[in-house]
Unconditional design. Structure first.
Length: 316
């Protein structure tokens, strides 16, 4: 690693600890940022990593260690307590999801081609991207398996649409069977493993991605249409007019699905509140859980005999 480097990354996994140690030693000496990705795949290395970072006396002032990980029940709690934590979660609601998606779209990307199909199809992909992410919050009602759809799926789908329009014969138009297959089986469908989830995704692709999407009467759900816009500012202004909260019917679910979702949210909030509150003892004395532990520890210490004198024990 050159001393002029400002940052390097390693994807953790089997056998990557050696490379991670070498990278840490170099950057702790010369400064820079180190990113260790997927640390949930190298849990046994994390205790050594924390000790290396916290006990080193010769660490460069510009050295920083970043790690990424999935949620894992065996992730070292002391590592979490010693870190500054950042969670990147998808926004809640179609409005927030579309705002975030279009914040990543550039002016050059929006004006990529003069084909009339491009902008409506880009918006439809963005809408689908928000829907598949929002359905996860409904648990098994949304997806049988909670898939980790992310920005890479949207980017790959947009790239495919661009390539397809570039190669399109203007006389024949868009090959919708190709578009639906790529979306439902490859781009987003590549993550889907459940048969019924795959059927759902393919159905959404076939219903939304067709010639009718370019008509004025087309809508994903009443009130959710494809806007006729030419600039990013116009798209963003339209997205601002969308409701803050969405009925489950927008996602193809029964209205009662919202009851299950709201109940789950309330239950999780109450469980969190209870978990952070001091626990009362069963005797009704009002002692906290910590007080009970300290009292019992003191009682045990008092019951212990005094320390023995080694030479007296040997004399016996």
């Amino acid at each position: 690693v050159s001393t002029q480097s400002t940052g390097r990354s390693i994807s953790m996994g089997q056998g990557q600890e050696v490379h991670a140690r070498r990278l840490l030693q170099n950057f702790m000496a010369v400064g820079g940022w180190v990113l260790l990705q997927n640390c949930h795949l190298a849990l046994g290395f994390l205790d050594e990593l924390l000790e290396t970072v916290t006990t080193s006396e010769e660490s460069h002032a510009n050295f920083r260690l970043w790690i990424t990980t999935e949620i894992h029940p065996k992730f070292p709690i002391n590592f979490l307590q010693s870190s500054i934590k950042f969670t990147n979660e998808p926004p809640q609601g179609l409005k927030a999801g579309l705002k975030r998606t279009y914040s990543t779209v550039t002016k050059e990307q929006l004006e990529y081609t003069t084909a009339p199909q491009w902008k409506p199809m880009l918006y439809a992909v963005a809408f689908l991207h928000s829907v598949v992410q929002e359905r996860r919050k409904f648990g098994p009602l949304g997806w049988n398996i909670p898939y980790e759809f992310n920005q890479a799926d949207f980017t790959a789908t947009v790239q495919f649409v661009q390539n397809h329009l570039d190669d399109m014969d203007p006389k024949k138009g868009v090959s919708w069977s190709t578009v639906c297959y790529m979306i439902g089986e490859v781009q987003y469908g590549g993550r889907v493993t459940d048969d019924f989830d795959k059927i759902l995704l393919n159905t959404k692709a076939k219903v939304w991605f067709r010639d009718a999407m370019f008509g004025k009467s087309f809508c994903f759900y009443k009130g959710y249409v494809i806007p006729e816009c030419n600039t990013l500012e116009q798209y963003q202004a339209y997205i601002e007019t969308l409701p803050l909260s969405d009925t489950p019917e927008v996602f193809g679910l029964h209205p009662n699905a919202d009851v299950s979702y709201q109940s789950k949210v309330a239950r999780e909030a109450l469980e969190t509140i209870l978990n952070v509150q001091p626990k009362d003892s069963g005797g009704g004395s009002g002692e906290t859980r910590e007080s009970v532990v300290y009292r019992q520890a003191d009682e045990m210490l008092q019951k212990l005999p005094p320390d023995f004198v080694p030479h007296e024990v040997k004399a016996r």
